[in-house]
Each structure stands twice: as C-alpha cells, then as structure tokens.
Design a protein. Structure first.
Length: 268
C-alpha cells in the first residue's frame, strides 16, 4: 500500500523547472528518506507532495485521491508537515504551541475539547516533553524545541508526518535523539514518515526506503541496501564511496569517500 504517489510531476518557480518528470510512490507505514545534492529539488518535491506547492504538470495522490481536490482542512487531518525553518512567536509555552496542532479539528474559535487535550498530552508524553510543557519555548535548547515541533505535528492526529531536514543545526546527540524518536513513532505508532536528510548514514540507518535525486530527476529508489552502492553514489553525488555495515542496523554506511577525478578537476 502507498500513502502518497506522484505521477509524472513537473514543479518549478516562474519559468524554471526544479523537479522534472518525477514519478514515485511513498510506502505506507514506513520511513522514507529523500537524499541528493544541494539544490537538486528535494525540498521542492517534499513541498509538492504536501500541497504547499502545486505541480505545473502531473498529479499527486493522497490515499488514492488527487491532492488538489481535497479540502485543506481535510489534508491537515491526514498529513502533518514540519518545514525546515519553523517559527513561532516568543513567549508561548510548550503546551500552547502544541495546541496549534489541533487547529484542523476545531470548529471556528471554539475552545479546546477533552479530545484535544488528550491528543496533546499523548504527543507530549511520546516526545518526552512532560517536564517541559509549562516552559516557554524561548527557554528551550534546539533539540528540545525540535521535539516540541514534532509534538505539535503529532497532536494533529495524522497518519503521515512530512519533515524537511529535521536534524539541521542540531548537534550529534540531538540529531540521534530526533531520529530515534521518529523511528519509535513509526515502529510503535505506525506513522508514515517522509523526510529529507543530508546525512547519508543517518538516512540509511533509519529508513526503510530511500529516494535519490539529482538535478530534479529520480536517479534510483529502493531499500538502503539497493540505493547505497558505489555506482549509485557516483551517479547521485559524483563520489567514490567506500562502505561498511552499520553495527546498529546492519545497513550500509559510507565509511569514507573521495571526489571522482573528473569532478575534482572541475571544482579545483
């Protein structure tokens, strides 16, 4: 089963195409990560399947329905989106920010219901934020704040979570903390996770499925074992990579790499 499907989509800004003739299916209840060089269209594709951007050509399907035909509030009940640079006003408490996740389920300006509070408290608990819920968000570390954004997305009560580079600007320990949380949400709560990551080894270790892009086009897709190969990383990044097995997942990781000689000549 597929949670999302893109069929022959073209996406761009003004006259410039960023994503070209792109077709892909996102498996349901799996962790899917999009990888590729800077500027290759990863975030643009993510925004398109989240209906933040509209494809100039082609179709995006959510649970088999064309996404442009679904009401925005209904989409927000099925799919939660965490952008790369989420922002909120200073002075909000953790609990207040997480309450924003219940907006798609509220009627007008009505107050929060007991069901809303139940979802919010569950989201706080599974993200390990119980002791922080009354603190203001400007008093949190980067890793703690990222957990709050994820909790807000969880409070929407959706089956699909879409995250654009959720570990950016975090130190190594906080990166691992967030990725382990997402893995737990997938394994224990059955959430479909779709994200963009720059770290190939994190992408391989924590994903069931990888989508590899370059220059706005699909290069390859499949399991980490299928995608993380010498030939594929040459095509995607222009590098000669050397691999080992991750001791924690037994999935392939890039042990080291060097630039292909042809690329090195261009860069230098």
């Amino acid at each position: 089963m597929f949670a999302l499907k893109a069929e022959d989509i073209n996406v761009g800004y003004t006259k410039s195409l960023i994503v070209k003739d792109f077709s892909i299916s996102i498996p349901e209840k799996k962790v899917t990560t999009i990888i590729g060089p800077n500027g290759c269209g990863k975030s643009t594709f993510l925004k398109t399947i989240a209906r933040i951007l509209k494809a100039q050509h082609g179709t995006v399907l959510l649970e088999g329905k064309e996404i442009q035909t679904i009401h925005t509030k209904e989409i927000a009940k099925k799919m939660a989106i965490l952008p790369q640079t989420a922002q909120a006003p200073d002075g909000l408490t953790v609990y207040e920010l997480i309450s924003y996740g219940r907006f798609p389920h509220r009627r007008g300006f009505g107050s929060l219901t007991s069901e809303d509070h139940e979802y919010m408290n569950w989201a706080i608990h599974v993200t390990g934020l119980d002791e922080f819920k009354d603190r203001t968000i400007d008093a949190l570390s980067g890793g703690q704040l990222q957990r709050v954004w994820i909790a807000m997305a969880l409070a929407q009560g959706t089956d699909i979570l879409i995250l654009d580079e959720p570990t950016t600007y975090l130190d190594l320990a906080h990166q691992m903390d967030i990725l382990l949380l997402l893995q737990k949400l997938n394994e224990e709560e059955g959430k479909t996770i779709v994200m963009v990551l720059h770290d190939l080894n994190h992408a391989s270790r924590f994903s069931d499925y990888l989508i590899a892009m370059r220059d706005g086009k699909l290069i390859t897709e499949g399991t980490p074992d299928e995608v993380m190969t010498h030939d594929n990383l040459q095509k995607i990044f222009g590098i000669d990579a050397y691999f080992a097995a991750c001791p924690f997942s037994n999935k392939p990781i890039c042990l080291s790499y060097q630039l292909q000689s042809t690329m090195h000549g261009q860069i230098s």
